[in-house]
Design a protein around this ligand. Structure first.
Ligand code: NDP
Length: 444
């Protein structure tokens, strides 16, 4: 494989998809050596078959707002690769959603799902619909209209969606309800469902908790204790909230959270009581993070990201490309020694290069945030066997999976000088399993 040629061909065939190109470039740059040890891969053109999704659905979603006005949005589902199991990946509702973003997410998801050790392929979907400022009834009508189109392409053995940005328990509930009505079956085609209808305990917590479990494994390699460490977190949605909850319980000091308008800096640290306020603010009243600063009298910075604040550890948990080269240099200059990604691809290629050159502990999202999809996989298992596991049981399995992912990263990513390149480790480990499965199944 010539990674540069593969990438330039993809850019020519799929122009104007920068996020997709970025995700592919990051993977190709790290797997080339391992790939070239298997000449048979090229004969089977594995690389193009792995980079280009199996199929892409796009459709118009038509719905009626509260004023009686008819609205349209675009809906998409990318079924990227199902070599090791049904397509699996979340649905994102955000005004920025387009094919490029969903293709990058579906591509990443394929490697991430492979790393979890569970039998799940990769997919992703979403819409440019923005839930912000919409009434509950509008959200419900939109979710129903979205599924009225998508339902025929998904199913418990074919494609199992879940939540992502803008899609939490409420939206999954509305989508699953409509799916059930259309498909006339009740086998748990979505994950992230409510506990009353097949959801798993610990699923809401899983991505954030899993990221902290992964961080703990990384810290262990350098004999560093999390207690008392100062952590900058971005975002204030599902992933950020449970990341902060777990960090507080372990004695770390979280000093920042953010939303798309700005960030708060609380030098005393966000404690359990303040975090309970954030849960209420974001999940119930759907307010802005600025209100935290007003309530607790701390600093709020409009239109900025928290990476200039001094911290030991950074845990980006909002969105893609939220740490650029300058942010990375600012973090390093302030003594940050670990970055563990809750969001998908939050660091730009330049930022990643800075982290790896500085030899800090750096965990890419496809390894560090795999806890979410892992517990989704466990939810699928519980639905299949029609049993529910206890909180303790699911949490123990989550911990074990994050431990195993860390072990795989160390196995495939340790350099001759002992530094663990987690990007390489995650990409090679994730790739090898999917590649072997594709080879074994013939040309499809
Ligand atoms: P939520 O919608 O619950 O929260 C997203 C948070 O990020 C909000 O605080 C939101 O602010 C902020 N945000 C979104 N877009 C932007 C933007 N363009 N610039 C700045 N801030 C932004 O989503 P999740 O917490 O579920 O997802 C966060 C990240 O984690 C995403 O990258 C997602 O792909 C990834 N992820 C999520 C998993 C899950 O299980 N939910 C699993 C694995 C990864 P605002 O409210 O202002 O929009």
């Amino acid at each position: 494989m010539n990674a540069q040629k593969v990438l330039s061909d993809l850019k020519r065939r799929f122009p104007n998809e920068p996020e997709y190109h970025q995700a592919v470039a990051e993977v190709l740059g790290t797997i080339e050596e391992a790939y070239n040890e298997h000449p048979e891969f090229d004969r089977y053109n594995l690389i193009e078959r792995l980079c280009i999704p199996d199929r892409v659905f796009s459709f118009r979603v038509t719905w009626v707002d509260d004023k009686g006005q008819v609205q349209t949005n675009m809906g998409y589902r990318i079924q990227h690769n199902n070599a090791i199991g049904p397509y699996k990946g979340g649905i994102r509702f955000h005004s920025s959603v387009n094919l490029s973003i969903l293709k990058f997410l579906a591509f990443e998801q394929t490697f991430k799902n492979s790393l979890t050790t569970l039998p799940m392929g990769g997919g992703k979907g979403g819409s440019d619909f923005s839930p912000r400022g919409k009434s509950d009834a509008e959200i419900m009508r939109f979710c129903q209209a979205f599924i009225a189109e998508l339902w025929r392409h998904i199913g418990p053995q074919t494609d199992v969606p879940a939540g992502d940005i803008g899609v939490g328990g409420r939206e999954v509930g509305y989508m699953y309800g409509m799916y059930k009505k259309m498909a006339r079956e009740n086998t748990g085609t979505f994950t992230g469902k409510g506990l009353e209808f097949g959801g798993s305990l610990i699923r809401p917590e899983a991505t954030g908790y899993g990221n902290v479990y992964f961080l703990l494994e990384m810290l262990k390699t350098r004999n560093i204790d999390i207690k008392g460490k100062v952590v900058a977190v971005s975002g204030s949605g599902n992933v950020a909230q449970y990341t902060v909850q777990k960090l507080i319980s372990l004695g770390a000091k979280v000093i920042t959270m953010s939303d798309s308008n700005g960030y708060i800096y609380d030098p005393d640290g966000i404690d359990e009581e303040k975090l309970a306020y954030i849960f209420e603010l974001k999940n119930l009243y759907r307010g802005r993070i600025r209100e935290y600063a007003e309530k607790y009298g701390c600093k709020y910075v409009e239109g900025a990201r928290p990476w200039n604040e001094k911290c030991d550890i950074a845990m980006p948990s909002a969105t893609q490309n939220e740490i650029d080269g300058d942010d990375a240099r600012a973090l390093l200059a302030n003594g940050c020694f670990a970055v563990s990604e809750g969001a998908n691809m939050p660091s730009t290629p330049e930022a990643i290069e800075e982290f790896i050159n500085a030899k800090i502990l750096y965990a890419p999202g496809k390894a560090a945030n795999a806890g979410g999809v892992s517990v989704s996989g466990l939810e699928m298992t519980q639905n299949s066997i029609k049993l529910s596991w206890t909180k303790e049981e699911v949490d123990a399995r989550l911990k074990q999976i994050m431990f195993d992912i860390h072990t795989q990263c160390v196995k495939y990513g340790t350099q001759s000088d002992g530094y663990v390149n987690y990007v390489k480790g995650a990409n090679v480990a994730g790739f090898m399993k999917v590649a072997k499965a594709m080879m074994a199944q013939g040309v499809l």
